[in-house]
Design a protein around this ligand. Structure first.
Ligand SMILES: *[C@@H]1O[C@H](CO)[C@@H](O)[C@H](O)[C@H]1NC(C)=O
Ligand SMILES: *[C@@H]1O[C@H](CO)[C@@H](O)[C@H](O)[C@H]1NC(C)=O
Ligand SMILES: *[C@@H]1O[C@H](CO)[C@@H](O)[C@H](O)[C@H]1NC(C)=O
Length: 339
């Protein structure tokens, strides 16, 4: 999510960051890796640690029900309501569906029901996340995101893996930090295009550092869905945070077989390097995985008029037929760790 206010601070559970005792050793390891001056993923195999599958997914998330910190025209519902009104449920074929109410006719200015879920588990450096999705929300007024974030925003960082608004035809991948961190000008090759180099929230600028994949409309929205979706994979270690996208037709065998080998995946869509550019160990800690779909608000609302959408964003929200395709349809989400 691009813009998060302090309201979030009050609403996210505060965990015992005091329990992160190894700051000194993290620094030291970070320094050792930085000296190697390589962006290659460290050798080692990955072990599946969490399988968010059709039988476990909904139980592995908490449903966030406070008002949207990004000021969207939504009411986030709790788990029971989400299940009974099919805003979060598992289809007969095992697909996990997360969506927006597409039934209720509203008055312009009223909130539409939606979901915002946070994984119960938190993750740290050394994790590899693989999300396989058949479709994702899009459409006038929508602002969907799949992201990871630490407490005490922005001090423990945020990584937005899938995010966009309205009828965008490309994905934006963004990192947010609390202290100095940037995308260097001598960046390794990426498929995505850099649109912001400053990751740190500073002087009221909280846009983050970001890449867009505007060379390829299968990376987001309607184009993604028409193609049967695909896989977003990202690895977070002390050397770099890297994000890859594979269309359904191009998902590497090692991913399908459950033995992921990022070294074989080719050029990432986005790379946020560590080392001199960014102290990853200090800036990214203890992340929850989040899926949410908000409407209008700080980004989709602000960009509405320039997105080629009709009328106003509030008018779009009022009409349930606009949200028939505003759904994440998830095949699986797996988290691996280096062993
Ligand atoms: C789903 O994940 C759980 C652990 O989260 C695992 O025990 C179970 O075997 C998985 N089910 C399938 C069908 O893979
Ligand atoms: C859940 O996924 C497993 C493994 O992919 C599959 O065998 C099973 O049929 C799915 N469950 C449902 C309810 O569809
Ligand atoms: C995506 O781009 C291709 C090639 O330019 C084009 O043919 C197709 O219509 C576009 N699809 C969408 C959904 O915009």
């Amino acid at each position: 999510m691009q813009i998060i206010t302090t309201a979030l601070l009050a609403t996210l559970p505060l965990t015992a960051l005091a329990g992160l005792p190894h700051v000194g050793s993290l620094r030291r390891r970070h320094f050792d890796h930085a000296r190697k001056s390589t962006l290659a993923t460290r050798a080692g195999t990955f072990k599946l640690v969490d399988d968010y599958n059709n039988s476990t997914f909904l139980d592995m998330f908490d449903f966030f029900t406070d008002s949207d910190p990004t000021h969207g025209r939504v009411t986030f519902v709790g788990k029971e309501e989400a299940k009974s009104s099919k805003l979060a449920f598992v289809q007969d074929d095992g697909t996990i569906v997360l969506g927006v109410d597409d039934q209720t006719v509203l008055q312009a200015g009223q909130n539409r029901k939606s979901i915002h879920i946070n994984s119960k588990k938190k993750y740290d450096s050394g994790s590899l996340f693989i999300a396989d999705m058949y479709s994702m929300p899009h459409g006038c007024g929508t602002w969907p995101a799949y992201w990871t974030v630490g407490d005490d925003w922005p001090n423990n960082g945020e990584i937005d893996i899938v995010e966009g608004v309205n009828e965008y035809t490309f994905n934006q991948i963004t990192a947010h930090t609390g202290s100095a961190c940037q995308i260097p000008s001598t960046l390794a090759s990426t498929v995505g295009r850099v649109v912001g180099k400053q990751c740190q929230t500073i002087d009221g600028n909280n846009a983050g550092c970001a890449f867009v994949t505007d060379h390829d409309n299968s990376t987001y929205g309607h184009g993604f869905n028409m193609n049967g979706g695909g896989v977003y994979a990202h690895i977070w270690d002390e050397d770099a945070i890297k994000v890859w996208f594979f269309t359904r037709q191009a998902i590497p065998d090692d991913i399908n077989k459950g033995v992921p080998n990022p070294d074989s995946w080719g050029t990432p869509s986005a790379v946020f390097p560590g080392g001199d550019s960014c102290n990853i160990a200090e800036n990214f800690k203890q992340h929850n995985i989040v899926f949410d779909i908000t409407l209008c608000g700080d980004w989709a609302g602000a960009a509405y008029a320039s997105s080629g959408c009709p009328g106003t964003c509030d008018q779009a929200v009022a009409d349930p037929t606009n949200f028939k395709v505003a759904k994440f349809k998830i095949k699986s989400l797996k988290v691996y760790q280096q062993s």
